[in-house]
Design a protein. Sequence first.
Lengths: 111, 116
Amino acid sequence: NAGVTQTPKFRILKIGQSMTLQCTQDMNHNYMYWYRQDPGMGLKLIYYSVGAGITDKGEVPNGYNVSRSTTEDFPLRLELAAPSQTSVYFCASNTGNGPQHFGDGTRLSIL
Amino acid sequence: AQTVTQSQPEMSVQEAETVTLSCTYDTSESNYYLFWYKQPPSRQMILVIRQEAYKQQNATENRFSVNFQKAAKSFSLKISDSQLGDTAMYFCAFMNTVRGAQKLVFGQGTRLTINP
């Protein structure tokens, strides 16, 4: 099993560009999450999903969109990238009361 | 809203020593979970230990143990016989559940360095 896979690992964007961060898991987990980690800080929840077709906002959702069309995939979309969105993005998944499994993160710089 | 505070930005100890990392949190809920995560330079998020608020007994995982004081809203991590591989950022996290999903709130982290 690959676990939680995030692509790309690194990306540089220009202000105003858009992109999609991909996240896929092969553990058949119902619950999936997107976090951002700013330098020297802890993770903050952006969006989460309790199953295919169901998503909800976390602590810092502004500037992002998500969709969950399948159990495996939970892409995060940035529209009109801004310097404040420079961060490391983590995707995670879990089932029931189990611990969250994290991907390796995507480092995103917006210049 | 819940908040999690780690008051020690950095700590440094010698190998084999014992070190305690502090964490306090604020919540009005009575049922919740608390976690310590380790993030080495590789950037992985690794679960170290977890504590259910309804359990009075402190959780232990090998060299890692917690001191959970529910009334004081305090949740410290003790690492015994520290090893070079323990060098990492450590994050305390509070969790409550919404529709079964785990909503984690993280502290700012403590950078721990184990010196040879």
